[in-house]
Design a protein around this ligand. Structure first.
Ligand SMILES: Nc1ncnc2c1ncn2[C@@H]1O[C@H](COP(=O)(O)OP(=O)(O)OP(=O)(O)O)[C@@H](O)[C@H]1O
Length: 259
């Protein structure tokens, strides 16, 4: 991996070499240690505006830790995170959200006792005008095919509908970058295809960039052009899904063998 200078500010418009770039998010020398264990090992990772990137790697590779550093759930031991030109590594999660980074973890963040409509109204609360508020609620229900379940308690939805509701809630915040941790874990084949379709549509229509952690390689193949493979906390490979899938060294790390 190329060496990096974490003091260099990378902007969305111009990188440290002065070249124009569409990079929306960039990490420089990002590191996280838990005592003697290095879970994120000097990672230089970049993603362009509107890109859909999957993050894969064997169990314990450091995928969730890396995502938590991006969201602000974890503090880095060293290194920097630049988003839209600003260093955000020190900002709390809610400030990252208000800058356009949306996040969805494996644990559902919907309110199970509230109806679908009531759940959606939580992130829409910031809209002061009552007509606009109602209109946005209606539009979101329609767009995410949730009209038929609007008055259902969220706990009674299928797993796939709950995923859709969560993604809908995240989208009401009009993000430019979405971070998703295993969005199809535990879903049926049909529900997985539905989520894949939804992510592709959002990516294309709203120009939202995605970083998606996923174990299901078939799902990865249906949504992502470029893939980053993490291993032992570091970037092991980056490339097209075909290249990565056919790389013998990648196969070996999945089998628990070193290169
Ligand atoms: N809070 C923590 N305290 C100590 N060690 C941790 C903590 N969180 C993660 N780790 C360790 O850091 C390493 C990377 O874990 P992480 O969960 O990021 O990997 P992962 O690639 O997401 O794994 P999986 O695919 O199994 O979810 C593992 O060795 C894990 O045990």
């Amino acid at each position: 991996m190329a060496t990096s200078d974490p003091t260099v500010k990378t902007t969305a418009a111009v990188d440290e070499t002065g070249v124009e770039t569409d990079t929306i998010l960039q990490t420089r020398g990002l590191r996280k240690q838990f005592g003697g264990l290095t879970a994120t090992d000097d990672v230089d990772f970049g993603i362009d505006e509107g890109e859909l990137r999957c993050l894969i790697g064997p169990n314990g590779a450091g995928k969730s830790t890396f995502l938590k550093l991006l969201t602000g759930r974890l503090e880095p031991t060293a290194g920097s995170i630049y988003y839209d030109g600003d260093e955000i590594g020190h900002l709390p999660s809610h400030e990252r959200v208000s800058r356009g980074i949306s996040m969805k973890f494996q644990v559902p963040s919907i309110y199970p006792d509230l109806s679908v409509r009531e759940n959606l109204r939580i992130p829409l609360q910031r809209i002061a005008d009552p007509d606009t508020f109602e209109q946005r609620t209606r539009e979101t229900l329609e767009r995410f095919h949730l009209e038929g379940t609007a008055d259902e308690t969220a706990a009674n939805l299928s797993h796939g509908q709950q995923q859709r509701l969560e993604i809908a809630m995240a989208m009401t915040l009009e993000p430019t970058l979405m971070l998703l941790d295993e969005p199809v874990a535990g879903l049926s084949v049909e529900e997985t295809a539905e989520v894949a379709d939804l992510l592709r549509t959002i990516n294309a229509e709203d120009d939202v960039a995605f970083v998606v952690i996923e174990h299901d390689i078939d799902f990865v193949e249906t949504i992502a052009d470029q893939v980053t493979v993490l291993h032992d906390g570091a970037i092991f490979r980056e490339g097209s899904i075909e290249d990565v899938r056919n790389d013998p060294a990648v196969k070996r790390i999945y089998l628990g063998e070193e290169e």
